[in-house]
Design a protein around this ligand. Structure first.
Ligand code: AMP
Length: 396
């Protein structure tokens, strides 16, 4: 069974065709700068063949039609005809409280997704656009929505409630939702598979550390707390996002700098995080390089990030009454040897002893704690697309 996975952003569409039986991706690609001069599609076949199409893509419909042409291209494509696609799995960022699992999309579901635009104004509208375009272009294939928030719908009320007047939850749905759910679910399940243990017997802390970062406490396979909140701005500092700050800073800055709500939102989302602290870059490789040369602000940015992740691990072990496995994923979690070392240092109080030799690895599944460490540390590369494809296949 072949599943097409679509992740539709405001000016980009990422895609993969996944063969469910073989558990592997046949082709992966991205259309970029849709509606902006300089649009292109980059595609890579499993096994190496790469192809780049530079062509104006006026809108998402044109981009997705071109993607279908490339997927079925005789020379550069992976399959003969789009009719071979059994279903399309769409990454949808926000499912609010309405969806605690993936759903087959019908008119009713589309209406609910549109009613959630306020909660994720940057993400849900392009997600819905992608769904509608695929419905029009591939009418034979069922469309499935897989939500970033769904895995976190198991959070207990005391974990998702903010200490604001309760009517703000009732009237405006302000609560913690959490994000990266597909990744946290994939990684926690994979940890159980690798260890050969039922997930129902494990307390796992998943550290998804990338451009956006979130940490989740997964107790017996269920998300019980997570660092991101009402939006993906909350939690640990990120590439350009501030993470948690004293909320009183916001009106203070607005007053002092005469900023509008939109301006302060841009400051917190695009100009803060490790970029803001370092004044240098949001990319951890750049920061590591600068830190090695003694750049104090790069060192401070890395220390601030590592310290926040360490604190989240401590908080979530407390929340679960212990932890069996701390798993790292995402670009930094999978590759950041120094980050993992700094985050996990001095954790013997918790029963976690890092093995520096085993930690010297990038981008592959590995146990990186010492033999005999009571709490295991692991690296588990995430695969959100495979998870979306599997959930889609299960539903249809
Ligand atoms: P993601 O959003 O998951 O793609 O992660 C992107 C982040 O991973 C960027 O900050 C990269 O600098 C970081 N990253 C990728 N490779 C490495 C590496 N080898 N060492 C440290 N960070 C890395």
């Amino acid at each position: 069974m072949l599943i097409l996975v679509i992740n539709c952003g405001s000016s980009s569409v990422k895609y993969q065709v996944i063969d469910i039986k073989e558990n592997k991706s046949l082709v992966t690609g991205i259309a970029e700068r849709i509606g902006i001069p300089g649009s292109k599609i980059k595609q890579q076949l499993n096994g190496g063949g790469k192809f780049k199409l530079e062509k104006d893509l006026a809108d998402h419909k044109e981009a997705i039609q071109q993607i279908f042409n490339l997927i079925t291209d005789k020379e550069h494509g992976a399959i003969g005809d789009m009719s071979q696609i059994s279903a399309v799995g769409h990454r949808v960022v926000h499912g609010g409280e309405k969806f605690n699992r993936a759903v087959v999309i019908d008119d009713e579901v589309l209406k609910v997704l549109e009613s959630l635009f306020d909660l994720a104004p940057l993400h849900n509208p392009p997600n819905v656009l992608g769904i509608k375009t695929c419905q029009a272009l591939l009418p034979h294939a069922p469309q499935v929505a897989v939500f970033d928030t769904a895995f976190h719908q198991t959070l207990p009320d005391y974990a998702y409630t903010y200490a604001l007047p309760y009517e703000y939850y009732e009237r405006l749905q302000i609560r913690k939702y959490g994000f990266h759910g597909t990744s946290h679910k994939y990684v926690s399940n994979r940890v159980a598979e690798i260890l050969g243990k039922p997930i129902g017997q494990l307390k796992i802390i998943v550290c998804h550390l990338g451009n956006g970062s979130s940490i989740t406490a997964v107790d017996q396979g269920k998300s019980v707390d997570t660092t991101m909140g009402f939006t993906p701005l909350a939690g640990v500092p990120m590439g350009t996002r501030s993470g948690d700050i004293d909320p009183a800073i916001i009106p203070f800055i607005m007053k002092k700098e005469n900023f509008s709500a939109a301006e302060v939102s841009t400051l917190l989302n695009k100009q803060s995080g490790v970029l803001g602290i370092s004044g240098l870059s949001s990319d951890f490789r750049d920061l590591e390089e600068a830190a090695e040369k003694g750049n104090q602000r790069a060192i401070l940015a890395l220390n601030t990030f590592n310290y926040s992740v360490k604190k989240a691990i401590g908080a979530f072990s407390a929340a679960m009454g212990g932890v069996d496995v701390v798993a790292f994923t995402g670009g930094i979690g999978e590759n950041g040897i120094d980050q993992r070392r700094d985050i996990l240092q001095n954790m013997s109080y918790l029963g976690l002893e890092l093995d520096n030799d085993k930690n010297n690895c990038r981008g592959k599944e590995a146990i990186i704690s010492k033999e005999g460490s009571k709490v295991l540390a692991m690296v588990v590369p995430t695969n959100e697309e495979l998870m979306i494809a599997k959930e889609t296949a299960e539903l249809i």
